[in-house]
Ligand binder design. Structure first.
Ligand code: SAM
Length: 382
């Protein structure tokens, strides 16, 4: 008999740890007695807790909290009964001021350590830390509407969502009173600027177009862009422009003798942008980036001369620009780079600093997504 085969499975290891900081994914970070780093979801700075190992990685250990022995600083009671089970929020157990400072610190550390800059990150807290989300993605399952459980594809019946705007919560309530068809489908609910609710089911979701999730955050981005466009005189090139919602509702290029070109990969956004703002000075092109820009510069090396400002707001993965293309951006006077991901923003910021004469002049952490680990970055390179 090969007894080695019948070794008992070792019991999962348990540690008592004190949370030292909160990381980029909203998880508490601590050390074991032997100095190994452990990640503890939903744990807060100063908290002493007993945790059980769930997975050993090369440089850290993932755990789950078994019990809290001593409460941490700035702890508050989560508003949502589904908190920790639903995948949407990671920080409801933290006082809102502490959430903002934690996110500001995440960006500050990236700027100092990865970019080697001493610049202070400005924080813009959201005036409504609950009831702000005007777009949600849900799942209809067995006639009920809900979200997925955290890290799984398990359905979670949702009666209300405290981070969503009241219109969405009213819709969630109504959907219980009037049972929906039993067919399972993904659906998105969108509250438009006039307060009207629009729902998109299944493949219809492709017709939604882009809208920033938080109306306050969108307005704050517009304010900052407005300040930083001051003094520009030729034109604005906006990449990943959506339908131009950050610039064109308040800026009329024709009145200033400007030109504006918005590029986006989604036909719905491009069509909407053209319908809402198209004019002799304002145009939209459908193009997949970064290919569109690389091709444009290959065909027309002076293509960027018509613009003095570039506005960029890529999705989470960043721009994937190559150094050669980044060098071509050096003819621009300013680049306003908006991002929802500190990792890809840092990667792109590094490229801009290395390959152009532009310098980072302004940096804001805009808390577009309170109660979650996510935030928006506003940066100006000049
Ligand atoms: C974060 S949104 C920004 C939209 C716009 N700034 C706004 O606030 O309405 C990112 C946009 O990039 C577009 N997009 C994503 N990947 C793209 C790609 N590879 N090429 C071009 N556009 C892309 C999406 O359609 C979306 O409109």
């Amino acid at each position: 008999v090969n007894w080695k085969k019948y070794q008992p499975v070792p019991a999962p290891r348990i540690h008592t740890v004190t949370i030292e900081k909160v990381g980029i994914y909203g998880e508490g970070i601590a050390r074991t007695l032997t100095g190994e780093t452990v990640f503890v979801p939903f744990a807060h700075v100063g908290e002493v807790c007993e945790v059980q190992e769930t997975r050993r990685r090369r440089h850290f250990i993932e755990t789950r909290k078994l019990r809290t022995l001593v409460e941490g600083r700035d702890r508050v009671e989560p508003v949502c009964p589904l908190f920790t089970r639903c995948g949407g929020c990671q920080l409801q157990h933290m006082d809102y001021g502490a959430q903002v400072e934690q996110k500001r610190q995440v960006l500050q550390v990236f700027v100092r350590k990865k970019l080697g800059l001493e610049m202070t990150v400005q924080a813009d807290p959201c005036p409504r830390p609950y009831g702000y989300r005007r777009r949600v993605r849900l799942r209809q399952f067995g006639g009920k509407v809900g979200y997925f459980r955290s890290r799984t594809h398990e359905f979670l019946d949702v009666r209300s969502c405290p981070i969503a705007v009241s219109e969405i919560n009213a819709w969630l309530q109504d959907s219980r009173n009037f049972p929906r068809p039993r067919e399972d489908v993904d659906l998105s609910i969108d509250v438009q600027a006039d307060g009207q609710i629009k729902t998109y089911e299944g493949s219809d979701q492709r017709q939604m177009g882009f809208q920033q999730a938080n109306a306050w955050g969108e307005a704050r981005l517009r304010e900052l862009i407005c300040e930083d466009l001051h003094g520009a005189h030729k034109g604005i090139l906006e990449l990943y422009a959506g339908s131009g919602a950050l610039v064109l509702p308040w800026f009329k290029p024709e009145e200033q003798g400007f030109r504006y070109l918005g590029v986006d990969g989604d036909e719905v956004n491009v069509r909407r942008g053209r319908e809402l703002y198209g004019s002799e000075s304002v145009s939209f092109e459908r193009g997949m980036l970064p290919g569109w820009l690389t091709l444009k510069l290959a065909e027309q090396p002076q293509a960027l001369d018509a613009y003095d400002v570039l506005v960029l707001d890529p999705p989470r993965g960043g721009t994937n620009l190559r150094p050669k293309t980044v060098k071509a951006l050096a003819t621009l006077q300013r680049i306003i780079y908006i991002s929802c991901d500190p990792l890809s923003w840092t990667r792109d910021a590094k490229l801009l600093l290395e390959h152009t004469h532009l310098r980072l002049r302004r940096l804001h952490m805009i808390d577009m997504f309170p109660q979650t680990r996510h935030f928006e970055i506003y940066s100006l390179f000049r």
